[in-house]
Design a protein around this ligand. Sequence first.
Ligand code: NDP
Length: 372
Amino acid sequence: MDLGLPLSALIPSWTSVGILAAFFIYLPIFGSILPGKVVPGVVLRDGTRLHYRCNGLLSLVLLVAALGIAAKMEVLSPTAISDRGLDLLSTTFLFSFLVTLVLYATGCNSRNQGSSLKPHVTGNLIHDWWFGIQLNPQFLGIDLKFFFVRANKKGMMGWLLINLSVLARSIQDATLNRSMILYQFFCAFYILDYFVNEEYMTSTWDIIAERLGFMLVFGDLVWIPFTFSIQGWWLLKNKVELTTAAVIANCFVFIIGYLVFRGANKQKHVFKKNPKALIWGRPPKVIGGKLLASGYWGIARHSNYLGDLLLALSFSLPCGISSPVPYFYPIYLLILLIWRERRDEARCAEKYREVWAEYRRLVPWRILPYVY
Ligand code: NDP
């Protein structure tokens, strides 16, 4: 995405519309026919429970394989995405705007969702449009929340496709170096790992508590794939020579971040399924029969956020420290997760009452022990 290009680069082209349309036709079709583990979601506030088929990894691998074959047969350029970053960005923005309008209109119309919470219409147009009206709107039997969140949860699939196209551009320009390889490897690992562990995402805040409005749609379709890939775009234009010590330090941050992030999310998921399951080889410490207070959840109330922040930092470190631009993602995530933690804290305090107060007493740190 060359930020020096004129504004005309932002005008959607038919090619971008075609790329986006192909992506969104592929996902629901293959998402509904490919096999995958069917996972029951958490029980919602209205007592109902949705089921999710987790076949994101298979969908993604098939998609990347198909694109690879198309590129080999010269039907499609591997740099098709990286050659029109701004154009694709504006097309996706318009698309998410339209999707939100439809969600808003259907949300206002529907009064009684059989499988979900009742619509939450505040009457404040901007609020309802931004935060959404329905928790789990359905369309033709597809849970739109899971569709969007999975299709592009933190831009996952789109992010990988953009990165691969940026990688192809870097190879074509003969600028591939350690920095680009590290950035690409870390992100690809993180994205594939996300889909391997897709079922853990069925109990996350976005799925269980956030209504589907512009914030989620825009976040998943536009913000995530385009801003998470800033480091890749930046590396296309800027040469960075990393020392071996810097590479090792960078890998260290990535590994620690990954262990904390994945370990914490997994412990909570396992605990929700079986509150007696061992945590780090020991019986779990449980408060009020509901909250896990050992393992990562005994160190800080949101260790999973700490792991994610370290990972985000590791995605930017390959760019060196000459510019703040590649650090946009970790800085944004820091702000987002501090805000998210506050909202989650308020939600849990209301839901668990004295049990949560006891948890707070036992585990006083929010994200980073002894600091915050
Ligand atoms: P969590 O996965 O931390 O889920 C919070 C919920 O977990 C709470 O509302 C509560 O729900 C339950 N819970 C909290 N503490 C405990 C406990 N001690 N024992 C048992 N249950 C508990 O939050 P998110 O969904 O926000 O985050 C999930 C992952 O996604 C994180 O790793 C985060 O870093 C990542 N993320 C990444 C973002 C990005 O842009 N890269 C953005 C947002 C999140 P309940 O009512 O079910 O008990």
